[in-house]
Design a protein around this ligand. Structure first.
Ligand code: PLP
Length: 414
């Protein structure tokens, strides 16, 4: 058994061989890429699928009666089938958007404006990414809904007592919440939350931008009303994301944007809308990217989420253990159920300096508020460094991070 597989039985070197970028050097050093939560690297299968489309099967979709357009439309719609199977949804429930952010905005501006009325409340949590916060503030300011913020505990888990109180007056109509925090790593108990929301006559939207990368998601089993994620974090291309919505909800929602492909008929007096999902896909979509996302789903599905989740659990345990040996390093989040992102602070060294000095050693981590400024402030901080793991991350890279952090401390005389 090679060193690479001895930790958790996952043949990480085989996976790494699928990712061409991982053999690049950065500042003359081997790349140690620990920023997958921001955007993941792409396997050759995704790159090849996109290149093959552009080289051999490319035309606009749903428009042409010629061979190229029909083939390309087939590939585009096949990708929708793959996403539907991936989430255990029906194909009509899968809307292609640009990213998770656009998915939330779409729901806020269509479901929010049509199904919610002034005085209704939307609940988010203290640990939301801005993508699941700002669209609701915009809806509040435009439409008069109330935005309520559910508290988290100091361990970084949702505070259910607070949630009970927030729902107590019966005015909450939507719970919009992360499935996994991009800062604390916390997985939220989505089955319980969906039951809780439905018991209170509210819908639930889950921000799956992080979770969908690390564990299998079954929107029917969860009973999610809406689920959003981005292709680029799931080893697919940027420029494509997914909104899942329950069929009856999508049917009742007005369009988000108007234009080609989203209509049933158009006259100068009036237009009528196509059925979902096309109603929400105005204009030429991200054709090549959608096909690339389909290839990414094939790729992770072939590896399997049992293996992926076990590997990432082992990486996270290793990271927590190794980082705990560094004096003056403080990791964030103590949730029982947590995934492969570890944010931390280092006494006496600003997070930006941590990231810059690690970069000089070829180690990529993120620093800042990670698009979760209110959460960072809630934790009493202004910025943190964050290491995040993917299927290609090795235990050795985590050891390299720890060694790199010790060098950072030496530079700062700590
Ligand atoms: N939600 C979470 C939890 C995220 O981590 C991110 C990105 O980091 C997003 C939403 C937004 O993703 P995107 O920028 O792809 O729309």
């Amino acid at each position: 058994m090679s060193a690479a597989v001895q930790h958790d039985g996952f043949d990480v070197e085989r996976v790494r061989a699928d990712f061409p970028i991982l053999s690049e050097l950065v500042h003359g050093k081997n790349l140690v890429f620990l920023d997958s939560a921001a955007s993941a690297q792409k396997p050759r299968a995704v790159i090849d699928a996109m290149v093959r489309t552009m080289q051999t099967r490319y035309a606009n979709v749903h428009r042409g009666l010629h061979w190229m357009s029909e083939r390309c439309s087939d590939d585009y719609e096949d990708a929708r089938d793959k996403v539907a199977a991936f989430l255990n949804a029906a194909r009509e429930e899968i809307v292609f958007v640009r990213n998770a952010t656009e998915g939330v905005n779409l729901v806020a501006q269509t479901y929010g404006r049509s199904a919610l009325k002034a005085g209704d409340a939307v609940v988010i949590s203290e640990m939301e990414h801005h993508a699941n916060l700002v669209p609701w503030q915009m809806l509040r300011d435009q439409h008069g809904i109330e935005l309520r913020i559910a508290k988290i505990t100091d361990a970084g888990e949702l505070d259910f007592n607070d949630l009970q109180q927030i729902f107590a007056d019966g005015r909450v109509r939507l719970l919009a919440i992360t499935h996994m925090s991009n800062v604390l790593g916390t997985y939220t108990p989505v089955d319980r939350l969906a039951r809780f929301a439905h018991d209170h006559d509210a819908k639930i939207l889950l921000d799956g931008a992080q979770a969908v990368v690390h564990r299998a998601v079954d929107v029917r089993a969860i009973d999610a009303d809406f689920y959003v994620f981005s292709g680029h974090k799931l080893y697919g291309p940027s420029g494509v994301g997914v909104l899942y919505g329950k069929r009856d909800l999508l049917d009742a929602m007005p369009p988000f944007m108007g234009g080609g492909d989203m209509i049933s008929s158009v006259s100068f007096e009036k237009s009528t809308w196509a059925a979902p999902p096309y109603r929400f896909e105005a204009g030429t979509p991200a054709i090549v990217e959608v096909i690339g996302l389909g290839a990414a789903i094939d790729y992770v599905s072939a590896i399997g989420f049992d293996a992926i989740a076990a590997h990432e659990r082992s990486l996270t345990d290793h990271a927590m253990a190794v980082l705990a040996t560094i004096d003056g390093l403080h990791t964030l989040g103590r949730a029982q159920d947590r995934g492969g992102v570890v944010a931390f602070t280092l006494d006496g060294v600003h997070a930006h300096d941590v990231a810059t000095l690690l970069d000089k050693q070829g180690i990529a981590v993120r620093a800042g508020h990670h698009c979760a400024e209110p959460l960072t402030r809630r934790l009493g901080l202004d910025s943190t460094a964050r290491a995040s793991f993917g299927i290609y991350t090795t235990h050795g890279e985590i050891d390299a991070l720890a060694a790199g952090l010790r060098r950072v401390q030496q530079v700062f005389g700590r």
